[in-house]
Design a protein around this ligand. Structure first.
Ligand code: MG
Length: 258
């Protein structure tokens, strides 16, 4: 009983820290419990529907630019039908901007991945890029197969905001799929939020985010908020994370505007 009370107190402590409005340390918004249960999913290799825009079909990155300088073509590596992050070059994002959409992409943590926690195959999909660096709403990519980190930072999380409902992560070296429905936030003329962003995510065919509401763009430190946001169409961005682990790869990326 004592142990149960203690663990309940720890969980409540973690939750209250998440919602605290304090600016301060990154650790303030890390949540560790409860841990989503591991489930075995299956890779969804859906071919692009007839009305989809193919963002990466295996040959080139013509639909992408460098996120920090949109005048430059995307410089990640394309070989053998897949695209691999080039961490030295930075994030890439789509030429086109989107509002509400269905997105499919496949990603792979390399089999020889090294590092621990957030520094193990970290990348991410910014469902709406809001500019240079990591500004936007991040659906996290990181090795979550027997790799412990805060649960609101594991694969399938909306980084530091929404813990995935389950953990269907596959082993490093195996391809994995995300299928996403993104509903952009809307704002009134006076800048206040009319309807917050909503997101649904299937990870390896398993529902991990069920039409959840978001509190604002991703923040590494502090609580998310819509302060200063205007809404409108935005590119989709892929992250070149600054950790030293081996780079992730992507394939079969397509989008359907809604
Ligand atoms: Mg990331």
């Amino acid at each position: 009983m004592k142990a149960l009370l203690l663990s309940t107190a720890l969980v409540l402590g973690a939750i209250s820290r998440t919602y605290a409005q304090q600016a301060g340390k990154p650790e303030d918004t890390e949540v560790y419990e409860p841990v989503p249960k591991a489930v075995v999913g299956s890779l969804n290799q859906a071919a692009p529907p007839s009305d989809a825009l193919v963002l990466f079909g295996g040959k080139d990155l013509n639909q992408w630019v460098m996120a920090d300088d949109r005048n430059l073509p995307a410089r990640w590596k394309v070989a053998d039908g897949i695209c691999t992050v080039d961490k030295a070059t930075g994030n890439i994002e789509t030429k086109k901007a989107f509002t509400n959409f269905q997105l499919h992409l496949e990603w792979r943590i390399p089999a020889n991945i090294s590092g621990t926690g957030q520094a193990r195959g970290n990348s991410g999909v910014f469902l709406a890029s809001l500019g240079k660096g990591d500004l936007g709403y991040e659906l996290q990519i990181v090795d979550s197969y027997n790799n412990k980190t805060y649960v609101n930072g594991m694969a399938g999380s909306i980084y530091k905001q929404r813990v995935p409902l389950a953990n269907p992560a596959r082993k490093p070296g195996e391809w994995q799929s995300y299928d996403v429905v993104w509903t952009a936030p809307t704002f009134r003329a006076d800048g206040t939020v009319q309807s917050p962003a909503r997101v649904t995510v299937f990870f390896n065919g398993v529902l991990v985010q069920n039409n959840v509401e978001l509190a604002g763009p991703t923040r590494y430190i502090g609580a998310a908020s819509y302060e200063g946001q205007k809404g409108g169409p935005a590119p989709i961005k892929l992250q070149a994370h600054g950790d030293k682990s081996e780079p992730d790869s992507f394939r079969n990326i397509w989008v359907r505007e809604l």
